[in-house]
Write a protein that binds this ligand. Structure first.
Ligand SMILES: Nc1nc2c(ncn2[C@@H]2O[C@H](COP(=O)(O)OP(=O)(O)OP(=O)(O)O)[C@@H](O)[C@H]2O)c(=O)[nH]1
Length: 334
C-alpha cells in the first residue's frame, strides 16, 4: 500500500485537500475525466462490503455473514482510465438503542450529504421490507444527490423473482419520491454486472482531476484495516449478541528491527475489547484454543492485505459497557 500523504477525513475534506494540492495528475487524465464519491447504503447484510471489494478488486472492507459489522467509513478507490471513483462504505442505518448506535446513524447521514451518488443496495433474495422503506425515505431527504438502486445478490434468484424485485424497487422509489438514475441487478460474488455498476456510478460523477494518487485503494490508515480484520476473525462463528460488544485497538504496529531485508516481519500488538467478563470465555475458548484460531485467521488476512509476514500478539480485555460510555467510545475511536 502506498505511503504517499493522502487527504483524510470526509469526502469533502478529500476534495478540499485535492484542490489545495492541485490534484494528483496520473497522466491519463484529460478532458472528460471524472472523479468523485459514491456510497453504498442498504440494510445490514445487503452486500455493500462485498460489492465494494468486487469493484476495488482487493479485500479491503471486511465482509461477514453477521449484520452490522462495518463500523468505519472505509473507502475503496476504483482507478479507471476515464475516472476515479471513491467508494465510501457506511454501516447500515438502524434503530439506535445505544450511544454507539446513534453515532453510527449520524455518520451515515453525514456521509450521504457529502457524496456525489448514493447507491441503494436491495438484495434480490429478500422482499423489500419496512427497513428498506425507512432507509429509502431517509435517503429521499438528501434530495440533491442522485441515487441508483442495485438489486444485489442476483445470483441467488431466478429471473421471475428478479423481475418482481425490480418492480418492487421501482414502486419503492415512486412512493418515496425518488427518481432512480438507474436500477441494476448485480452479483458481487459471481461478478455479474459489477463493471456496469461502476459505469453507471461514474456517469453520475462530476468532471474533475483524480483525488488520490494512482494505485491507492483506500485512505484508511493501515492500522484501522488491520483492526477490522482482527475483529472479523474474532466474530467468526460467535453468538449473535456478541458482535456489538467487540472492539479492537492496535497498541503498536511496526517492522521488527534487525531483520534481513528479504525477510521482513511486521509486529502487531492488538487488544480485543469486550463488555463483560462472561464474554471472555467465548472469545478465548478452552485453554485459549479459540483465541489462537482467531489470531491465525487474522494473521493470514493481514499478511494477504499487506504482503508482509506478521507476528500478531492478541490480548483480550474488558471495557465495561463501552457502547454506552462516551469516554470509552472516544478511546476506541468512535
Ligand atoms: N450469493 C451472494 N452472496 C452475497 C453477495 N454479496 C454479498 N453476499 C453475502 O451476503 C453476506 C453479507 O454481505 P456484506 O457484503 O458483508 O453485507 P453488508 O451490506 O456490507 O453488511 P453490513 O456490514 O452488516 O452492513 C455475506 O455472507 C456475503 O458473502 C452476492 O452477490 N451473492
Amino acid at each position: 500500500m502506498s505511503k504517499t500523504p493522502k487527504p483524510t477525513g470526509s469526502p469533502a475534506a478529500g476534495r478540499e485537500a485535492s484542490a489545495a494540492s492541485s490534484s494528483f495528475p496520473s497522466g491519463a487524465e484529460g478532458a472528460g475525466f471524472k472523479s468523485g464519491f459514491a456510497c453504498f447504503v442498504g440494510r445490514p447484510n445487503a452486500g455493500k462490503s462485498t460489492l465494494t471489494n468486487a469493484l476495488v478488486g482487493k479485500k479491503i472492507v471486511i465482509t461477514s455473514s453477521k449484520p452490522q459489522t462495518t463500523r468505519h467509513a472505509v473507502r475503496g478507490i476504483v482507478h479507471r482510465p476515464d475516472a476515479q471513483l471513491v467508494l465510501v462504505d457506511t454501516p447500515g442505518l438502524h434503530k439506535p438503542r445505544t450511544l454507539l448506535g446513534e453515532r453510527l446513524n449520524d455518520l451515515v447521514k453525514t456521509t450521504w450529504a457529502e457524496v456525489d451518488v448514493i447507491a441503494v443496495c436491495l438484495p434480490a433474495s429478500d422482499k423489500v421490507g419496512p427497513g428498506d422503506r425507512f432507509l429509502v425515505s431517509e435517503a429521499a431527504k438528501v434530495a440533491k444527490t442522485p441515487k441508483i438502486a442495485l438489486a444485489t445478490k442476483a445470483d441467488l434468484v431466478e429471473p421471475e423473482r428478479m423481475i418482481e424485485h425490480l418492480a418492487e424497487i421501482q414502486a419503492l422509489g415512486e412512493s418515496a419520491g425518488i427518481q432512480w438514475a438507474a436500477i441494476i441487478p448485480v452479483s458481487a460474488t459471481s461478478g455479474f454486472q459489477v463493471e456496469l455498476v461502476a459505469d453507471e456510478l461514474v456517469k453520475l460523477l462530476p468532471e474533475g482531476f483524480a483525488l488520490y494518487p494512482d494505485g491507492d485503494i483506500t485512505d484508511e490508515p493501515e492500522e484501522t484495516l488491520v483492526a477490522e480484520l482482527i475483529r472479523e476473525a474474532a466474530l467468526e462463528g460467535v453468538r449473535d449478541e456478541l458482535p456489538h460488544s467487540i472492539a479492537v485497538t492496535i497498541d503498536e504496529m511496526g517492522l521488527r528491527e534487525d531483520r534481513p531485508k528479504d525477510k521482513p516481519l511486521l509486529d502487531i500488538y492488538a487488544n480485543i475489547f469486550l463488555e463483560r467478563d462472561s464474554q471472555k470465555g467465548i472469545v478465548i475458548g478452552h485453554k485459549g484454543a479459540r483465541l489462537r484460531e482467531v489470531g491465525a485467521a487474522a494473521r493470514r488476512q493481514i499478511e494477504a492485505l499487506l504482503g508482509t509476514p506478521v507476528y500478531l500478539d492478541l490480548h483480550v480485555k474488558i471495557a465495561k459497557n463501552w457502547q454506552t460510555d462516551a469516554k470509552h467510545l472516544r478511546k476506541l475511536g468512535f
